[in-house]
Design a protein around this ligand. Structure first.
Ligand SMILES: Cc1cc2nc3c(=O)[nH]c(=O)nc-3n(C[C@H](O)[C@H](O)[C@H](O)COP(=O)(O)O)c2cc1C
Length: 445
């Protein structure tokens, strides 16, 4: 595919400049729509016309690159009902649906990368009561939303490595222009990296080298499947922000290994469901300090300092995601070399053309997240309970899920949708998808 440059009116900005990747690909500008789960697939995980509508809108929206939400390699380990699932070579119907999605999502000449993932122990109990993980350490999120996992056997691990490669090849064949391996936010790869979760005593546990083996084998298999000229990215935590967890020093070493393994771009994020730092939500325990010197841009974007500290040791392009709203803070982060690309998430759930607006001179994107919350101010004392905190945090995120659903189904978001109804609607829709999935499975469809 020929990539046209997405034109900026304000051509002097660093945001508008192209970014060359080690594989030879070029991103038309520095704004990347970060992965955001869509929940718009069929009950059995196939892309739909709603996904096409959503990505066509985002393609028109001016980001040089779009990264899809979680595309799962295992239908029993969804991040959420309504995920796209590629767990085998696509049949003709699946291949046609992937092609249509890729066509819509690249219609303005931007890049479109599929984020490939596995939920592991962060798979909700309503999806799977017997999830698999690196070990049998249960997620410490209250409310019974998640079940105790059992450890994957080596045979199952090798099967999953192969599935990542199959999914990467499938999206490449369909017209996607890159892939991202999801190694962050507490999903399966992160469950191997974390010494708190990974208690294995075989070659996949113990030292950092062993804990990173699963990720490195996936990277090697994906690279072999897509060839040397196709962008391969990894989303990685700068830290899990939990005492004894995956720390910044670990992250830095893993990034060095990824650089040597011909990865094209690392996206820096941080946190897990237990400590959802990537959404600046409160976790189940105080944040553990990661000793990275704070910069000005960090007040705006909370992982910028990690990017900055990493850049000193690396040559691989970095993307930092989380909290970027002001154009000058984005420009500053690029200018000081703290990052090579700016990841944008929540603003694009309502304002699908936010990147274009920034290129045309908009100074600041809306901070919708600051006004969302299920618990009214006068009941804030309730938030001392971890269960209430969890539900409150989920509901704000569900509001964004609802906006994405509106963009995909109606072509337009609705800022005024209430948090309470978003929570109800998203929850009911998820249950409905699961019921249809069970019905399809029973009828052998
Ligand atoms: C609705 C929603 C869905 C998300 N889904 C994913 C996902 O599928 N994969 C992922 O890596 N991160 C996901 N994230 C995290 C975002 O990629 C991003 O890291 C986070 O929103 C912080 O960036 P922001 O401050 O610009 O929103 C999601 C965030 C939101 C709000």
């Amino acid at each position: 595919m020929t990539l046209q440059t997405v034109q900026a009116n304000d051509s002097s900005t660093l945001l508008a400049s192209p970014l060359a990747l080690p594989c030879g690909g070029v991103l038309p500008n520095r704004m990347i729509k970060a992965a955001m789960t869509e929940g718009l697939a069929t009950p059995d995980g196939r892309p739909t016309p709603e996904l096409e509508r959503l990505y066509a809108l985002w393609s028109d929206g001016g980001a040089g690159t779009l990264i899809t939400g979680n595309v799962m390699v295992d239908a029993d380990h969804l991040e959420r009902p309504g995920n796209v699932v590629i767990d085998r070579e696509p049949d003709p119907d699946m291949a046609a649906r992937l092609r249509a999605w890729a066509r819509a999502g690249t219609r303005k000449g931007n890049h479109l990368w599929a984020q490939i993932s596995h939920g592991g122990r962060q798979t909700q109990s309503v999806v799977n009561r017997r999830p698999k993980s690196s070990s049998d350490v249960k997620l410490r999120v209250p409310g019974g939303f998640f079940s105790r996992p059992s450890p994957l056997s080596v045979e199952e691990i090798l099967d999953l490595v192969g599935r990542w490669a199959t999914a990467a090849k499938a999206v490449k064949d369909a017209g996607f222009t890159g892939v991202q391996i999801h190694g962050a936010h507490g999903y399966l790869i992160n469950q191997f990296l974390s010494p708190l979760i990974n208690q294995r005593t075989d070659q996949y546990g113990g030292s950092l080298e062993n804990r990173a083996r699963f990720l490195m084998e996936i990277v090697a298999a994906v690279r072999a499947a897509v060839g040397p000229e196709f962008p391969v990215s990894v989303k990685l935590n700068s830290a899990d922000f939990q005492r004894g967890g995956f720390e910044f020093s670990d992250s830095l070493l893993v990034v060095k290994w990824l650089e040597a393994a011909s990865v094209d771009l690392i996206e820096i994020s941080g946190g897990t469901y237990e400590q959802p730092r990537f959404l600046t939500l409160e976790g189940i325990e105080p944040l553990s300090d990661q000793n990275v010197a704070p910069s000005t841009a960090a007040r705006e974007a909370y992982f910028v300092d990690f990017g900055h500290a990493m850049q000193a040791h690396l040559n691989i392009p970095l993307m930092v995601t989380g909290g970027f709203r002001r154009r000058d803070a984005m420009e500053q982060a690029l200018e000081i070399g703290a990052t090579d690309a700016i990841g944008l998430g929540r603003p694009l759930c309502v304002m699908a053309d936010a990147p274009k607006a920034l290129l045309e001179g908009l100074r600041e994107l809306p901070r919708y997240e600051t006004r969302l919350g299920l618990i009214p101010r006068w009941l804030r004392a309730l938030r001392r309970s971890n269960l209430v905190k969890t539900i409150d945090g989920f509901s704000g995120t569900y509001w964004f899920y609802q906006q994405i659903w509106l963009l995909g189904t109606k072509g337009k978001a609705n800022e005024r949708f209430s948090v309470f109804f978003a929570f109800l609607t998203v929850e009911l829709r998820s249950r409905m998808i699961l019921r249809r999935r069970h019905a399809n499975a029973l009828s052998g469809k």
